[in-house]
Design a protein around this ligand. Structure first.
Ligand SMILES: O=C(O)CCC(=O)C(=O)O
Ligand SMILES: [Fe+2]
Length: 263
């Protein structure tokens, strides 16, 4: 189905002050994602970036966790400070209405630039986090330390609601072949090839925003996404991911454009 992707991308991308809880919750349900611009105090972001750089210098692993920040600062600082604005907690409560939720993880990741030569992670191909993580609905906050998606590798994602995404990925809840690493045997091998995505949703469906220091992207374990890096993006990027997990694979409240459940 061809949709007006440029308009959808614009609609889900707003400044913190332009979102209400109702508009953010409803856009997140409808498109499986949203961008909240200028949601983080820059000083706080810069302080945590400096701490992250220091921790990584001593500990060259793929991901450093919120526990590392806690140990580094004797319990003084946490990555979760980045989503201190009350809107984020209100959104969590709305999304997980009717079920309990808890912190799944708080972590940093570094993605290699096209011409940098560190031992950072290579760009991630399109995936669902549920191919790696539990199936229970998980709200992810993706937060870059630098302005990214321009000169620096950003992120891309397919703004489609979580149940339509799950159907597109032909997820049935049952293994589809003998066990593989993580949960990959629950998904057909070719379900996320870019041609199939374009053929199903139309050109321009993937959103590859410029996403700046101070902005937050709301994603989930049921959204198609991956690193967005072109050859022009020479420098590496560091970002934070903050995840909250519920008890169920589903969340309440999803209705389609026509007011019916999309089935
Ligand atoms: O940061 C990236 O490039 C990919 C991040 C990702 O896959 C995630 O946050 O789940
Ligand atoms: Fe991911």
């Amino acid at each position: 189905m061809q949709r007006n992707w440029a308009e959808i991308h614009r609609n889900l991308d707003r400044d913190l002050r332009e979102w209400s809880l109702e508009s953010l919750h409803s856009i997140y349900l409808r498109f499986g994602c949203a961008i909240v611009r200028n949601a983080i105090d820059r000083m706080r972001l810069a302080e945590l970036e400096e701490l992250a750089t220091g921790i990584y210098a001593r500990k060259p692993v793929l991901h450093i966790s919120d526990l590392d920040f806690s140990e580094e600062t004797r319990g003084g600082r946490s990555l979760f400070e980045l989503i201190a604005d009350p809107l984020f907690k209100e959104l969590r409560n709305a999304i997980f209405e009717g079920q309990n939720y808890s912190i799944h993880s708080g972590a940093c990741r570094r993605i290699q630039g096209s011409e940098s030569n560190f031992d950072w992670q290579q760009p991630l191909a399109l995936h669902l986090d549920s191919q790696y993580h539990p199936f229970a609905f998980t709200l992810n906050h993706w937060i870059p330390f630098q302005d990214s998606g321009g000169d620096i590798a950003g992120i891309q994602f397919l703004p489609v609601d979580y149940r339509a995404t799950r159907m597109f990925c032909r997820f049935t809840g049952h293994p589809q072949r003998s066990p593989e690493e993580f949960n990959f045997h629950y998904f057909p091998a070719d379900c996320l090839n870019p041609e199939r995505i374009d053929a199903t949703f139309g050109d321009g469906c993937l959103f590859q925003p410029r996403i700046n220091a101070g902005d937050v992207i709301l994603l989930s374990n049921w959204i198609v996404h991956g690193t967005y890096r072109t050859n022009a993006m020479k420098r590496g990027r560091m970002n934070v991911e903050l995840r909250f997990i519920g008890e169920c694979i589903d969340i309440a409240g999803l209705v389609s454009d026509s007011g019916r459940n999309p089935s």
